[in-house]
Ligand binder design. Structure first.
Ligand SMILES: Cc1ncc(COP(=O)(O)O)c(C=O)c1O
Length: 382
């Protein structure tokens, strides 16, 4: 079978060749444990980690000392949310988040509810955006943390994080943002966004899987408890021997993301619009989900009313895409994001996500568009 055209770059991206090249020596020649700086090989590995730390910091406008390496955005989100909650004392029992967060934020929040905390899951509008005024309304005496993602992974809507960050600052509440989809796709700045905590993941922007980081604003680190205990690595917040090659890859991918951001954004926007036009010209009732302007450039979420998304994705075996809602063993599991946006059942059931990336070509977009049109027509004829 032919290798499908890969249009699932919001799920994961290919490691950029220059990132891989930067990582390779740390598997082979420079493999020492960076915790042991008594010998030169250990110091070489430690220096590589510190370079990566400064690359990550510079990509988000932070200082190196504010970066903790983790295994990815899931772990960063868990450390941020559970870590702050474990330190919260007295009246601080309330967290605010949104109903469209990734499960890596929603699940730690649900765990905290089981432990007696109160969590508000804010609604979104039909574009999948949180209203900052609702955040302000919801903040009360007991609130200690607000966690709202920077960009949604299913429909690509950007959240008004700068407004939310400023509201949090005015009320003395910590602000965490899951920037897994943002870094490398939109300008990401902890200061402009007023973020005290920010999660990133390497594999969403051409780095390796298994690497990520948590930004913790200077001064906020004493408000966090570690979730694991062991060595003193990563400020004691994430003990264990650091994954040097992966961390080097994260650093290189962050550096590349900063230098290529404008070029990537322009190209992805162009390819996304081409794909949208090819498909919607032939299938005029296709529905584009998400905000028309405040959105990620490479992500296209399309609903095909009165089609079954599951059958469509199976039919589309020549294009690798993600499904919005899913159907397994005959039961329908609607996407919590599309559901929160209040989309009609016909769109909920038929939405698929196309994720265009740095390595997607114009020919691939044209071919993929033609395959989608064929598959939709075939499914509708059945
Ligand atoms: C918004 C968002 N947060 C968190 C994650 C989880 O990231 P990781 O795979 O690095 O744990 C993802 C990836 O799917 C994501 O899109």
């Amino acid at each position: 079978m032919q290798t499908p055209i890969y249009l699932d770059n919001n799920a994961s991206t290919r490691v950029d060749p220059s990132v891989l090249e930067a990582m390779l020596p740390y598997f082979t020649t420079d493999f020492a444990n960076p915790t042991n700086v008594l010998h030169l090989p250990g110091r070489t590995a430690a220096a590589a980690i510190e370079l990566a730390r400064s690359q990550v910091a510079s990509a988000i406008g932070a200082e190196s000392s504010e970066i903790t390496f983790t295994s990815g955005a899931t772990e960063s989100n868990n450390i941020a949310i559970l870590g702050v909650a474990r330190r919260a004392v007295g009246r601080f029992r309330h967290i605010i988040t949104s109903s469209i967060e990734h499960s890596a934020v929603l699940e730690p929040c649900r765990q905290l509810e089981r432990e007696g905390f109160r969590v508000s899951y804010l609604p979104v509008d039909s574009y999948g955006r949180v209203d900052p005024a609702l955040v302000e309304q919801e903040i009360g005496e007991e609130t200690f943390l607000v966690s709202v993602m920077a960009a949604n992974n299913e429909v690509g809507s950007l959240q008004p994080v700068a407004e939310i960050g400023s509201i949090c600052r005015n009320h003395g509440v910590l602000f965490h943002t899951d920037a897994a989809q943002a870094l490398g796709r939109i300008r990401t700045s902890v200061d402009d966004w007023g973020a005290d905590l920010l999660s990133i993941s390497a594999h969403k922007h051409y780095g390796p899987k298994g690497a990520g980081a948590l930004y913790v604003r200077k001064g906020a680190s004493q408000l966090l408890s570690p979730l694991q205990y062991g060595g003193h690595q990563e400020h004691g917040l994430r003990p264990g021997t650091p994954a040097v090659p992966l961390i080097v890859g994260l650093g290189a991918a962050c550096h590349l993301a900063s230098t290529k951001l404008d070029e990537d954004q322009r190209r992805l926007e162009y390819l996304r619009e081409s794909l949208r036009a090819i498909i919607t010209d032939a299938i005029p009732d296709a529905v584009v989900n998400g905000h028309p302007l405040e959105r990620l450039s490479g992500l296209l979420s399309l609903g095909f009313p009165n089609l079954d998304g599951d059958l469509l994705v199976h039919d589309l075996d020549r294009v690798a895409v993600s499904q919005g809602s899913s159907c397994s063993s005959g039961s329908f599991r609607p996407s919590h994001v599309l559901l929160a946006m209040g989309l009609p059942d016909s769109v909920l059931r038929s939405t698929i996500r196309f994720g265009i990336g740095r390595f997607t070509t114009e020919q691939e977009v044209e071919k993929a568009g033609a395959y989608v049109i064929e598959a939709v027509k075939r499914q509708r004829a059945l």
